[in-house]
Structure formats: structure tokens, C-alpha cells
Design a protein around this ligand. Structure first.
Ligand code: ADP
Length: 281
């Protein structure tokens, strides 16, 4: 919000955007593929988020994601190209044509090696270590919110629930659109969101999804049963293709007390050093 009024870099003209086919349905409206002609004449493939019933109140919520993204610059985070703030409001982002990581994992299941999956984990972890340095909590880390830029590279997206938090502080959520099965116990119980709860979501659940070909975590439970299970010590099982060293890492991120979990900086080192097993010939 602090930069919105003075931000020229992300003000773009609708005349420079060509809208193409629908890519999917977002929370606020359709997302289209398109092409953006930059001031230097470069043609960039883009994804255009639109807002369907955009009252002043909805518009503010819709644009809050773009406002956060304006300040982010990382090779493994979705890049914002620009915003058109007059009706119809558009958010224009770089296009990642391989789509959502969840779908990609299912479609390429047989071709994806353990070392490739570990590489994706490391890339998302680096993106989150960057956010940790900015005191930003993401709050919705899941394979449905990671986009595949190329077979070598993924990018964390969907900052719709993200917030800045002061050190020692946390974001107290009020909305109900929360992904219970991905959430840390303190987030479920007290709506408490910190970098430590992001660590639970990332290592504890998103990495599990990556090694499980995007199965839903706790698919055998109802949302309402999850907290009881977590409190009686139940955790997600080891996915078949998850190396034991990585599963041991996940287990550390499932510490009930947030202070007991590693930081993203620690995790970047751990994923870097995770041994990639010799391929089966
Ligand atoms: P929302 O977060 O508002 O619900 P999403 O980010 O889930 O919207 O976007 C809806 C659809 O559009 C998803 O299926 C996603 O795959 C696609 N999409 C969104 N952004 C991009 C992008 N930058 N590149 C490619 N596809 C995208």
C-alpha cells in the first residue's frame, strides 16, 4: 500500500496489452493469456488477472496482492509486470506456460526424478528465505500456488493471503478461506501466522505434496479432524519416493512449538546438501 501512489514502474497502458485465451478461473475472475509490449518494444508473454464483481471493497482486496508483489524481485517468485488500476482492473504478470506445479507433477509423474523434485523444493525454499528476510509471511504455500516456468525452474505465486509482519509479531487472520490441511497447529487453533508457520506449510506439507505427485495432504481426514490428529502426534507418512534424509527434515518442521522448527535459511542449506541418490539404471 505504501508504494501504490508513487509507483510509476508498474503503471501500464491497456493499449499495450493484447488479451488472448482464458487460462483458468481465479478467485476474483478469469485469468487470460496475453502479450504485453514494453516501452522498449519487447513483446512479453503475460497472464492477465481480471476482477469480475469489482466493487471498491473487492477491488482493494484484488489489488492488495499486486501491491505486495511490486516490492518482490526473485528468480523463483512470480514476476509482476504491471497493474491497470482503472476499470476494468487488471493485474498483469509474466506468463509461466507450464502452469501449476500440482498439475505438472501429475502429468509428468513418471519422468520426474528425485533430484529434479529436490531441485524444485530448493527453489521454493530460496523464494521463502527471501520473503523471510523481508518479514513477509505467505500463508498459502501449496503446489497449487507454484507455477512451472520451465522444466528446470519453478516460481512461487499467489500472494493473495500474504502479509508483512513485524518481528516478534504475527498476522492474525480473520477470513475463513483458509487451507486447514496445510496449516500449522497454531494457525488452526489461534489463527496465528508467522515465518515458522510458513515453514510448517512449506516443508511439512508442500514438500510432501511434491514427493507425493500432488496428492492432497490428509486426504483421508475431514478438515475438522486435522487438529485432533496433529495434537495426538499424527503426522503425514513418508511418500514412497521421498528420500529418508528429506523425510527427516520434514519431521523437524512438524515440531508442535513454532520455535522448535528450522528457519528457511537453515532449510536452504539442508536441501542443497540433500544427497541425490544415484539414478536406477
Ligand atoms: P487466484 O489466486 O486469484 O485464485 P490463480 O493464481 O489461482 O488465481 O490463477 C487462476 C489460474 O490461472 C490458475 O489455474 C493458474 O494456473 C493460472 N495462472 C495464474 N497466473 C499465471 C501465470 N503467471 N502464468 C501461467 N498461468 C497462470
Amino acid at each position: 500500500e505504501n508504494t501504490a501512489l508513487y509507483d510509476d514502474k508498474h503503471m501500464i497502458s491497456r493499449d499495450d496489452v493484447i488479451v488472448g485465451r482464458i487460462l483458468g478461473e481465479g478467485f476474483f475472475g478469469e485469468v487470460h493469456e496475453g502479450v504485453y509490449k514494453s516501452p522498449s518494444g519487447e513483446r512479453i508473454s503475460v497472464a492477465i488477472k481480471t476482477c469480475k464483481d469489482c466493487s471498491a471493497e473487492v477491488k482493494e482486496k484484488f489489488l492488495s496482492e499486486a501491491d505486495l508483489m511490486k516490492n518482490l524481485d526473485h528468480p523463483h517468485i512470480v514476476r509482476l509486470i504491471g497493474v491497470i488500476e482503472v476499470d476494468p482492473v487488471w493485474i498483469v504478470m509474466e506468463l509461466y506456460e507450464h502452469g501449476e506445479l500440482g498439475t505438472y507433477l501429475v502429468e509428468h509423474q513418471s519422468a520426474l526424478t528425485t533430484s529434479k523434485l529436490t531441485q524444485f523444493c530448493l527453489q521454493i525454499c530460496k523464494a521463502l528465505a527471501y520473503l523471510e528476510g523481508l518479514n513477509m509471511v505467505h500463508r498459502d504455500i501449496a503446489v497449487r500456488n507454484v507455477l512451472v516456468a520451465s522444466p528446470e525452474s519453478v516460481r512461487l505465486g499467489d500472494f493473495g493471503l500474504s502479509r508483512y509482519v513485524d518481528e516478534q509479531e504475527y498476522y492474525k487472520a480473520s477470513i475463513s478461506r483458509l487451507p486447514i490441511k496445510w496449516m500449522a497447529p497454531e494457525s488452526i487453533n489461534f489463527r496465528r501466522f508467522t515465518t515458522a508457520s510458513d515453514v510448517w506449510m512449506f516443508a511439512g506439507v508442500c514438500v510432501w505434496e511434491i514427493f507425493s505427485a500432488a496428492q492432497q495432504p490428509f486426504f483421508w481426514l475431514e478438515n475438522g479432524q486435522v487438529i485432533n490428529q496433529l495434537e495426538s502426534g499424527v503426522r503425514l507418512y513418508k511418500p514412497q519416493h521421498c528420500p529418508p534424509t528429506i523425510y527427516a527434515l520434514l519431521a523437524r518442521c512438524w515440531a508442535y512449538e513454532p520455535q522448535g522448527r528450522p528457519t528457511f535459511r537453515d532449510l536452504v542449506c539442508s536441501f542443497r546438501c540433500a544427497p541425490s541418490p544415484t539414478p536406477v539404471l
